[in-house]
Design a binder for this molecule. Structure first.
Ligand code: SF4
Ligand code: SF4
Length: 146
């Protein structure tokens, strides 16, 4: 006796095996094509191994030659608590983690951003918070000669 839905299952397995067979063929043939083409142009393709990937990430980072002459900008933060609606964008997206949520509430009942502990001089004036705040409740100004 045939199992209920047996035909459907068989069709599924046939399609699945056909697809698997052909997809592996495609990968093999495209790899082969790549190697042949590389050999034609005088290159050698070395397969990526976990060891190679590890070394790749441990390579020294390229830096500009005049890096020592560059100064990191500094920003002065201004927060207008009563405009804030606690959406959290500014403290979530600040790349230097300068901001955190205050324990105090504004006159609309929302908690607003404050400078996180130990981050008093960490603002790099990137303007992310200024740009992202939907309520114009935060902005920065560059500190000259910082
Ligand atoms: S200007 Fe940039 S670094 Fe400074 S508080 Fe805003 S998001 Fe953070
Ligand atoms: S992005 Fe603006 S509205 Fe949102 S929490 Fe920060 S200051 Fe408040």
């Amino acid at each position: 006796m045939q199992e209920h839905g047996g035909n459907k299952k068989n069709i599924f397995y046939i399609v699945y095996h056909y697809w698997m067979k052909n997809s592996s063929k495609t990968v093999e043939s495209s790899e082969h094509k790549m190697r042949t083409r590389a050999a034609y142009y005088g290159f050698k393709i070395t397969p990526m191994t976990p060891e190679r990937i590890k070394n790749w990430y441990e390579q020294p980072i390229r830096q500009p030659l005049n890096l020592d002459k560059k100064k990191t900008p500094k920003g002065q933060l201004y927060i207008i608590p009563n405009r804030c609606k606690e959406c959290g964008f500014c403290w979530e997206y600040c790349p230097e983690n300068v901001l955190s949520i205050s324990n105090n509430f504004n006159n609309k009942g929302y908690r607003y951003p404050t400078i996180a502990e130990g981050k008093e001089n960490a603002c790099v004036n990137c303007s992310m918070c200024t740009e992202i705040c939907p309520d114009f409740a935060i902005y920065t100004e560059e500190v000259k000669d910082a």
